[in-house]
Design a protein around this ligand. Structure first.
Ligand SMILES: [Zn+2]
Length: 185
């Protein structure tokens, strides 16, 4: 009996020191506005799929589990969302919406910069911001960027895709980018 007790204490302390696992879907509280924008943009109902979210306990653990650089707040790998410790994230709900949007847009096969731009439209991330744009986002490899150039990358993507959507419908973007193999509009 004593052995069992020790084992339980050990398991609890390991859980207490390590990452936490939770789940999320587009229908969870707090995501309504994001879901509405996603559905308006794509013209499709958001999936009811429930995704796993792993919240790391430290930045080192986040990098180890996700394979992402230390300056990324959250990311997706194989439909699992990885997040930095919540103490580092001032808007975890928006981060979740950002990653859920990446998963939602992935099926259309857009070049990554178009996907990032669409995601930021759903999350309203760059509204009102004025950052120096990054040239050649079409050819830049996002995983090779650092924190500051990634901010520029994301902002530029948001701005360009917002402009495209002033003149074209979402369906036209899907058609164009699937036929052009990722070329410029
Ligand atoms: Zn993103």
């Amino acid at each position: 009996m004593k052995k069992v007790f020790v084992l339980v204490v050990l398991v609890i302390s390991v859980v207490g020191l390590g990452y936490r696992v939770t789940t999320v879907s587009w229908y969870d509280n707090g995501l309504e506005d994001y879901r509405y924008r996603l559905e308006c943009l794509t013209g499709e109902k958001a999936t009811e799929t429930v995704y796993t979210v792993i919240v790391a306990d430290s930045t080192g653990e986040f990098c180890r589990l996700s394979g992402l650089p230390y300056w990324v707040l959250a990311g997706v790998r194989d439909d699992t969302i990885f997040m930095q410790p919540l103490s580092l994230n001032y808007d975890p709900i928006r981060s979740i919406a950002h990653e859920l949007s990446h998963i939602a847009f992935r099926k259309y096969g857009f070049p990554y910069w178009v996907e990032e731009g669409l995601v930021c439209i759903v999350t309203c991330e760059w509204m009102g911001a004025n950052i120096k744009e990054l040239a050649d986002i079409e050819t830049v490899e996002p995983s090779k960027l650092d924190f500051y150039s990634y901010q520029k990358y994301s902002f530029t993507a948001w701005k360009r895709v917002s402009l495209l959507l002033q003149e074209h419908t979402f369906e036209e973007l899907v058609k164009f980018f699937s036929e052009s193999g990722g070329g410029r509009f």
